[in-house]
Unconditional design. Structure first.
Lengths: 85, 284
């Protein structure tokens, strides 16, 4: 079950990574997508995190972000930091 | 044929250097350095060839030579701290005094790690973007750095880690040039990554330019400078071009650097620019 916050995060991900995540039509598949396999470079990853932070009006912990393996983990980390701030 | 004769000269130069440093290993280190440096200048034909094979921005051969002398001196048990002349240090100190998040962009050079020594000597905590942390740490120590380097690995999390370090009050230093060899040619294209400029813009951090080279008298010269255009109001592409223009000016236009074209990576979404093409010729 995808929460409303996660849904909001996935919308941002689809917007920023349109080309890379085009194959993940299903949101559950996108949540499980391995970040490493998307072939993001550091600029795109920074841009993605900045946009997610904007969407959740928060600032994430960079170490926690770097530890995320999947898109779902990344969205959850940023949504969680928003909830706790 | 040309490559073979160049490689032969480089090998002769290396052998001579090793033997000559050993011959001077009983002398006081500053005197030994002075003697070795002067002799190596007279035998420059054996050292200049290397620049053709390690052509980053058409590097002056003296930078490589100085590093090799320092390596040989250390192997021979002579410890020597090279002398450094710095210009534009006030930019660095002002940012440090006012606690402004600062990113120093520079280019690869055999003596680029001397920047870390300058940061340390001025009490500025810094982190360096690196490919191989061990190698750069050894190089920095050869160039006079006392202590360990704080490094950031070049991964796709590098910019995020840099953001954290900037927020912790550390200065970030990164070489932003990459060489792309040309097929069947001695020349290479040098490309400038705009990533650091993008990071500076997103964090409203200050950008400082830095360049280093070795003068004819064996001193390491370091120049710091600031962008001539507004960091906030200009694109990363414009800042990259400004950096290239500053490099040419600070090095006295001794190298033929031309912006060939701006390219956009296919894979990236539109709007994220990337690399500038440059040609560097070893004409010094």
């Amino acid at each position: 079950m995808i929460s409303e916050a996660q849904q909001r995060g996935l919308t941002v991900v689809r917007d920023i990574l349109a080309e890379q995540v085009g194959a993940y039509a299903n949101d559950c598949d996108l949540m499980n997508a391995q970040i490493e396999r998307l072939g993001l470079d550091s600029l795109v990853k920074l841009d993605l995190v900045l946009q997610l932070e904007d969407a959740f009006s928060t600032m994430a912990n960079e170490t926690e972000v770097a530890d995320c393996q999947t898109i779902g983990e990344l969205v959850s980390v940023i949504a969680r930091s928003s909830a706790s701030s | 044929m040309l490559a073979a004769s160049g490689a032969f000269r480089v090998a002769i130069g290396a052998l001579w250097l090793k033997a000559y440093v050993r011959m001077n290993s009983g002398a006081e280190s500053a005197a030994a350095m002075s003697r070795i440096w002067k002799s190596a200048q007279r035998l420059r034909i054996f050292f200049r060839g290397e620049e053709f094979y390690r052509n980053r921005f058409g590097r002056n051969w003296r930078e490589k030579l100085l590093l090799r002398i320092l390596q040989e001196m250390r192997r021979a048990g002579l410890s020597h701290e090279p002398r450094v002349r710095v210009s534009g240090l006030e930019f660095l100190l002002t940012n440090a005094d006012e606690k402004i998040p600062t990113i120093v962009v520079t280019t690869h050079s055999p003596v680029d790690a001397v920047l870390n020594r300058i940061f340390r000597e001025n009490g500025i905590p810094s982190s360096l973007l690196v490919d191989k942390a061990v190698r750069i740490s050894k190089k920095a120590q050869l160039l006079g750095l006392q202590g360990e380097l704080d490094t950031i690995a070049r991964t796709n999390d590098a910019l995020l880690i840099m953001r954290r370090k900037l927020n912790e009050g550390r200065l970030i230093c990164a070489c932003v040039d990459f060489t792309w060899p040309r097929a069947r040619s001695f020349y290479v294209d040098v490309r400038i990554s705009p990533a650091m400029f993008e990071l500076a813009k997103s964090m409203k951090a200050s950008i400082l330019y830095a360049e280093n080279w070795v003068s004819a008298d064996g001193h390491i010269e370091v120049a710091f400078g600031t962008p001539t255009i507004d960091t906030k109001a200009n694109t990363a592409q414009a800042l990259s071009q400004d950096f290239i223009a500053w490099l040419q000016k600070s090095l006295g236009d001794q190298r033929d650097l031309r912006v060939l074209k701006w390219q956009r990576k296919e894979r990236r979404r539109s709007g994220l620019l990337k690399l500038a093409g440059l040609t560097a010729r070893p004409d010094r």
